[in-house]
Design a protein around this ligand. Structure first.
Ligand SMILES: [Zn+2]
Length: 623
């Protein structure tokens, strides 16, 4: 998920205590019988969901889990602190529970003799800025389910039901058994597919068919929003989203789902991110996204990425990220394949489908390259590999370029662009990244399934397309602590990163102000310092994360005033003077910078063929 989009995956605090051996032996669920789960959404406006679960049990100790390691989130992020009002009853009598002292996600019960059914009831508090508003809800089933220890998630069967607020409609890839009034019953399904199949529901809902002509598998986008007007997807965007579906078929030559749903939530009151699933994706953007001029850029940035995950991440998954149930820790070391390749293929498909123009693709690559260097200090201490391996323990507020965040997304994009250019070069133009995707992500459509891979298998798959020292290539890139920008793919593609004083032609986070490339400051709208690059002119002047710029050369701060000051300093020996609030003191900082405005762009290198634009050309005829 880039933050605007991919990197907007929610990072919650990591948990350090992981029991080495999870209780697999003491549970006494009755295997083979479906567990019934009813989720009541009627109190969504009060941000409270209610879950009722009934399972067959035998007398004796029983261990129940609340999902902890959530697929796609790459960390032990299950929202356990939102579970309240928990009660168990066996044949109508209250059964006490105890939390495991080593794992807050684990509950122990002693089922009394003679009991055959256990009822569980609890509320789930929708966190502020989470998944619910007055008018809509995104239901992730892992939030509202308990499951017995001892059986893999793919073997536990659930019969799920939903009770919706009056008049709400819903969208999901879950097969529906019946829907009447405000109640929906889904067909029995395994726990792993239930958790992989969220539901969006709301008072304002629209479904739009995105199936390209001749495509046998149904695709649609289901949209919920905080107002009716927000649902107005233009025919142009609808066409380009349909192109995206067609281009995905051309790229991979295979699909691994029964049908596909883009579950799209438009609200200013939910977290903005995307989460991938086999047969759907849960993508959330600001309320008026479809109404503005940048709809194509926004959808291409988020929805294309999450869609690619159906092949790369859900179907082909690093072996150590594929765990049999949600209490077993995942290992994140191959996220540069899971997320990095997705982050390359998503924008590529966005460009092939027309959601992005070639110029937007160029500007996007330039912004990534510029944010990665040269001179980004985080890269000198923390190799790319570590950003993947240690992702869930290394979040934290502020200092993003010094901590170095989840660079396996952005740098993964450039890494895989370089792979694409090497495949082209090594095969003397006879093979492309599409051939790799056909081979690696292809095969028969058996519906949602997982085919795992290791580093060695990934390298062997590339080698089969274009013989090369791929292991050496990846190791060099993954272990590097060079501050240089990883621009090999851009340069092999016939382009180079240049800086000039023309503002970046991108919107949103990617279009951030040029101050980060000039004086080294990333400022919020009110002058809040969101980052000060260690070693930059602003940092050397004493400005760091968390401070607030309130004055520029004696005037009250506005961003325009700062831009003017940066321009003026270019032709002047005088420094830029910033008045900064540090906790509850004022500080005057003298920034010695005379380089003028700097914004990154791509420029053609006429000495080389333009392979970059070849990669992003539409591959499906007639689009
Ligand atoms: Zn992703």
């Amino acid at each position: 998920m880039p933050l605007s989009f991919p990197s907007a995956i929610r990072f919650r605090a990591g948990f350090l205590a992981i029991p080495a051996i999870l209780c697999l032996l003491a549970a006494h669920p009755v295997t083979g019988e479906s567990i019934s789960l009813t989720v009541d959404l009627t109190k969504t406006p009060q941000k409270l969901l209610h879950a009722h679960e009934t399972m067959a049990v035998k007398a004796g100790p029983l261990t129940l889990y609340y999902p902890k390691w959530i697929p796609g989130e790459h960390g032990p992020n299950g929202p356990i602190s939102s579970v309240t009002g928990l009660h168990f009853k066996a044949d109508g009598k209250e059964v006490p529970w105890k939390r495991d002292p080593l794992d807050v996600f684990t509950f122990h019960l002693d089922v009394p003799s003679g009991a055959s059914k256990l009822d569980a009831d609890f509320d789930y508090i929708e966190p502020e800025g989470g998944s619910a508003t007055d008018k809509l809800d995104v239901l992730e089933w892992n939030e509202v389910v308990l499951y017995p220890a001892g059986t893999p998630a793919e073997k536990l069967m659930y019969e799920a039901k939903l009770i919706l607020p009056e008049g709400w409609k819903f969208g999901t890839s879950l097969p529906v058994a019946s829907a009447a009034g405000n109640q929906v019953e889904f067909k029995p399904i395994s726990l792993d597919l239930l958790v992989d199949s969220p539901v969006i529901a709301g008072g304002y809902y629209r479904a739009i068919d995105l199936t390209p002509p001749g495509e046998p598998i149904h695709h649609e986008i289901d949209i919920v929003a905080d107002a009716e007007a927000d649902l107005a997807m233009s025919p142009d965007i609808q066409k380009k989203m349909t192109n995206l579906v067609a281009e995905s078929g051309k790229l991979f030559g295979a699909r691994h789902y029964r049908d596909y749903h883009f579950l799209f939530t438009l609200s200013d009151h939910v977290a903005h991110f995307g989460l991938e699933h086999h047969e759907s994706n849960d993508s959330r953007l600001p309320e008026r996204t479809l109404l503005g001029p940048d709809a194509g850029m926004a959808l291409g940035g988020l929805l294309a990425h999450e869609f690619v995950h159906s092949w790369n991440g859900k179907f082909r998954r690093p072996a150590d990220l594929a765990v049999p149930y949600y209490e077993e820790p995942m290992q994140d070391d191959l996220l540069w394949g899971y997320e990095g390749l997705t982050d390359f293929l998503g924008p590529m498909l966005a460009a092939r489908s027309g959601l992005w123009t070639p110029e937007q693709y160029h500007e996007y690559l330039a912004s990534i390259a510029a944010m990665l260097g040269p001179g980004r200090p985080g890269r000198t201490w923390r190799p790319l590999q570590d950003t993947a391996t240690a992702v869930y323990g290394m979040g934290g507020r502020g200092w993003p370029t010094w901590r170095r965040g989840a660079d396996y997304y952005d740098e993964g994009d450039l890494l895989w662009l370089q792979v694409a250019t090497i495949v082209h070069e090594q095969s003397k133009g006879t093979k492309s990244i599409d051939d790799f995707c056909h081979a690696f992500h292809g095969g028969p459509n058996n519906g949602p399934e997982v085919k795992t891979y290791t580093f060695e298998q990934l390298v062997a798959s590339l080698h089969a397309i274009a013989p090369y020292d791929w292991a050496g290539f990846f190791k060099e890139k993954l272990d590097s602590t060079s501050a240089e920008a990883p621009v090999g793919g851009i340069e092999n593609g016939g382009w180079k990163v240049v800086y000039d004083d023309k503002p970046t032609r991108l919107s949103g986070r990617r279009g951030n102000n040029g101050d980060i490339y000039s004086i080294g400051l990333q400022l919020g709208p009110d002058g809040q310092v969101n980052d000060s690059i260690v070693g930059s002119p602003a940092f050397e002047a004493g400005i760091t994360y968390g401070m607030k710029v309130v004055g520029v050369n004696g005037r009250v701060y506005t961003h325009d005033v700062l831009e003017d000051a940066i321009k003026a300093a270019k032709d002047s020996p005088k420094p830029i003077t910033l008045l900064v609030v540090v906790d509850d003191y004022y500080q005057t900082s003298t920034v010695n910078y005379h380089g003028g405005d700097r914004y990154p762009h791509l420029e053609r290198d006429e000495a080389k063929p333009d392979y970059l634009d070849e990669i992003i050309k539409a591959k499906v005829a007639g689009q």
